[in-house]
Ligand binder design. Structure first.
Ligand code: UDP
Length: 378
């Protein structure tokens, strides 16, 4: 530290704004006492609803955010501008050693730009992931954040290679693993006797999560997905557990779509209930980045309703498969999905312990070791 600079009110300022980011930040928060560093956790307010189900923070011994911003939600630009101004003010107050951002949301980019404007080193956790799909706003957020970051922490070799291919300096990259695996493993002992709300008892159960705008905001595709779910229930004699996301619920109401027979909707559930559901389910159908990985962490095969994934390792090892949702409006597309659901129900996924991927549950510890031992401005 420059001897003339003011003291740090916190060592790290961390920006979170969407549900998966609260979960990811829990891993680092839990590991901070081991290196004696403090943190100021700023909730950007990007998804005000995403405070839902944060009880797990308490169960995992993690405090709630220190600061709650309330950006104007009138448009994406307006929200981005308010988050940027709010985060910048918090950085100036805390004068941290570094700003930490996670993943690929608008909050990630707002935090990255604010750190840059304040000339504070930026740490990007989950750097180097690329879906290759430039229609996804997340893909642009990832690329821009990686460009701004001083430290690029990757989940595995594919992301590390990607950054090197894009010309990033190797000294700025550290391959530490996935902080979500840290949290999933820490949650395991709490899952044993846990029954998610309204969990359907008998027969095969498929857990479904759908919330990507590219799928749920197109009523013919959403209708196709619901149709395939109904056909799966009849053919397999199973039940579907579908915690419907608020965005998906709105889209269904607007399009006059109903859930098929045999589908249970408990509404959005907490993190620990979600992990218990992933563990108990026979099969997962999802369009979520986080849930496709967590399915594997909990030992369950997944069919991913996306044409690409940033989690290439999962595909390569056979923990999940992709189905392109853009065909769901046609009978052929729905049949392809049904066939995949049938084949994947009985797939044995490789064991997380034996795969030795994503840092084995020690990503946060390794990330903090790197940060505390090196110059934050590489
Ligand atoms: N999640 C949850 N409750 C739910 C749905 C999701 O706790 O009802 C968790 C899920 O286990 C994962 C994270 O939220 O850890 C992923 O969120 P989401 O699917 O919304 O986002 P994505 O990963 O696609 O960005």
């Amino acid at each position: 530290m420059n001897p003339t600079s003011p003291p740090h009110a916190a060592d790290l300022l961390t920006v979170v704004g969407a549900r998966p980011q609260f979960i990811k930040s829990a891993a680092l928060t839990r590991a901070l006492p081991d290196v004696g560093w403090s943190q100021r956790l700023v909730h950007s307010g990007q998804h005000p609803d995403d405070a839902m189900g944060l009880d797990f923070l308490i169960e995992l011994g993690v405090p709630a955010p220190d600061v709650q911003l309330r950006p104007n939600q009138a448009s994406r630009s307006r929200r981005m501008a308010d988050m940027l101004v709010g985060i910048e003010a918090e950085i100036r107050k805390a004068n941290p050693r570094a700003v930490v951002v996670y993943g690929d949301t608008d909050s990630t980019l707002a935090g990255a730009l604010a750190a840059h404007h304040c000339n504070v080193p930026l740490v990007h956790v989950e750097a180097g992931l690329r879906s290759g799909d430039r229609r996804m706003p997340e893909e642009h957020n990832r690329i821009m954040t990686d460009q701004l970051a001083d430290w690029l922490f990757t989940t595995g070799p594919a992301a590390t290679r990607q950054l090197i291919n894009e010309g990033m300096r190797e000294e700025r990259i550290a391959e530490v693993g996935d902080v979500m695996l840290d949290v999933a493993l820490a949650a395991r002992p709490l899952l044993r006797d846990r029954h998610p709300p309204l969990w359907p008892g008998d027969g095969p159960v498929m857990l479904v999560t759908l919330h990507r705008p590219g799928l749920v905001d197109q009523s013919d595709l959403l209708k196709g997905a619901l149709g395939a779910m109904g056909a799966w229930v009849s053919e397999v004699g199973g039940r579907i557990y579908f915690p419907v996301h608020p965005r998906t619920r709105r889209a269904m109401e607007e399009a006059g779509l109903k859930l098929p027979e045999g589908v249970v909707d408990p509404g959005p559930i907490g993190y620990l209930d979600m992990q218990a559901a992933l563990h108990r389910a026979d099969l997962v159908l999802t369009d979520s980045g986080g849930v496709q990985k967590e399915a594997w962490y909990q030992g369950t095969p997944a069919v991913v309703l996306r044409s690409t994934t940033e989690w290439k390792e999962l595909l390569e090892m056979g923990a999940c498969c992709l189905v392109d949702p853009s065909n769901l409006a046609t009978p052929a597309g729905r049949n392809e999905l049904l066939d995949k659901l049938e084949t994947w129900r009985t797939v044995q996924v490789p064991s997380v312990q034996e795969a030795g991927l994503f840092g084995g549950g020690a990503a946060a510890a390794s990330l903090l070791r790197t940060l505390t031992q090196r110059d934050l401005r590489p």
